[in-house]
Write a protein that binds this ligand. Structure first.
Ligand code: NAP
Length: 246
């Protein structure tokens, strides 16, 4: 028997933006399969959701391993009999000036940030098409829209997500499956905490709203796109960036 709740599969759900997305979707009544490499951290999110009555399960998967990611999604579909929402959120950076960038830093970022999203979409969509309802939400970045010095690999992966998402949106629109990107600006998480104070000050200067974003700012947009209210939105890139790209 299929799970009565809509099922959402969220990568990178153990911390930062992904954790906020998992908790927001659980609060909205989804059963969430939260994925990351560190199972212990994921268990903390499962517990936090359960304390508020939310239903989350943790799954340790390295999304850069295409076979493992495909198997994990197939297992979730088999277990729950459905897959309604897919959020490709997990991502990494390996920053450096492009003239000195090693192939490995390019490959690691492209595999984790872009190829994984292709693999997971491919694994999840057949079930969505059958149900004639589905939401694919890919977490891109303003770096994919306007570029960023020192992030040629990261910006390429995030721009690639945009082209991929728009193409998937066109292929699946007739089946009432939507695909959209959310492009965060500068959000306070582990990923941005490592940046030196002088870089943070410079970034703040180009944010019209004059503050860094919070994980809940992104989670709110993802929760909206995952809802029935967003059924007429597809192929879009929605920047949640304090006005950086206006
Ligand atoms: P974060 O705090 O560094 O968290 C990254 C998440 O991805 C963690 O849950 C991590 O868990 C998981 N992850 C990384 N590599 C993985 C792998 N190979 N397999 C499975 N899970 C993996 O990052 P964040 O700031 O929340 O960013 C989330 C997304 O938003 C990313 O795609 C990022 O590019 C995008 N974004 C962030 C910002 C920002 O300002 N923070 C801005 C624009 C876009 P494990 O390490 O346990 O695997």
């Amino acid at each position: 028997m299929a799970n009565e709740k809509r099922v959402a599969y969220v990568t990178g759900g153990s911390r930062g933006i992904g954790e906020a997305i998992v908790l927001a979707l659980a609060a909205d009544g989804f059963h969430v399969v939260a994925v990351a490499r560190n199972k212990e951290k994921l268990e903390g999110v499962v517990k936090a959701a359960a304390e508020k009555g939310g239903s989350v399960e943790a799954e340790a998967v390295d999304i850069a391993d295409s076979a493992a990611l495909t198997a994990s999604i197939e297992k979730a579909i088999e277990k729950h009999g459905r897959m309604d929402v897919l959020v490709n959120n997990a991502g990494i950076t390996r920053d450096g000036l492009f003239m000195r960038m090693e192939d490995k830093d390019w490959d690691d970022v492209l595999n984790t940030n872009l190829k994984s999203a292709f693999v997971s979409c491919r694994a999840a969509t057949r079930t969505m098409i059958r149900a004639k309802w589905g939401r694919i939400i890919n977490i891109s970045s303003v770096a994919g829209m306007i570029g960023n010095a020192g992030q040629v690999n990261y910006a390429a992966s995030k721009a690639g997500l945009i082209g991929m998402t728009k193409s998937i949106a066109r292929e699946l629109a007739g089946k009432q499956v939507t695909a959209n990107c959310v492009a965060p600006g500068f959000i306070t998480t582990d990923m941005t905490d490592v940046l030196p104070p002088q870089i943070k000050e410079k970034v703040l200067e180009i944010i019209p709203l004059r503050r860094f974003g919070e994980t809940k700012d992104i989670a709110a947009m993802v929760a909206f796109l995952a809802s029935d209210k967003a059924g007429y939105i597809t192929g879009q890139v929605i920047a949640v960036d304090g006005g950086m790209t206006m």
